[in-house]
Design a protein around this ligand. Structure first.
Ligand code: 9UX
Length: 72
């Protein structure tokens, strides 16, 4: 089964920022698709259901240099 996790991502100021965050999220094992809206700061991540995946997503955003909180 799949699920969608929403994150609020802080610290993005240009389209390259949101592109970096998208690429970081897409590299996380189990992620099917990720899109980041620069204007709303919202990341929408579709992924298979795996234990701890939401925390892996947060960690990937942090590692890319941005801050994130769960949004749903
Ligand atoms: Mo744009 Mo983001 O020049 O870290 S890539 S501000």
């Amino acid at each position: 089964p799949q699920a969608t996790t929403l994150l609020n991502v802080q610290g993005m100021t240009c389209a390259s920022c949101s592109g970096r965050v998208e690429r970081a999220l897409r590299k996380v094992e189990g992620v099917v698709e990720a899109s980041v809206n620069l204007a709303t700061h919202l990341a929408t991540v579709r992924h298979v259901v795996l234990t701890d995946l939401p925390s892996q997503l947060l960690a990937a955003v942090h590692k890319a240099g941005y801050d994130a909180q769960p949004a749903n």
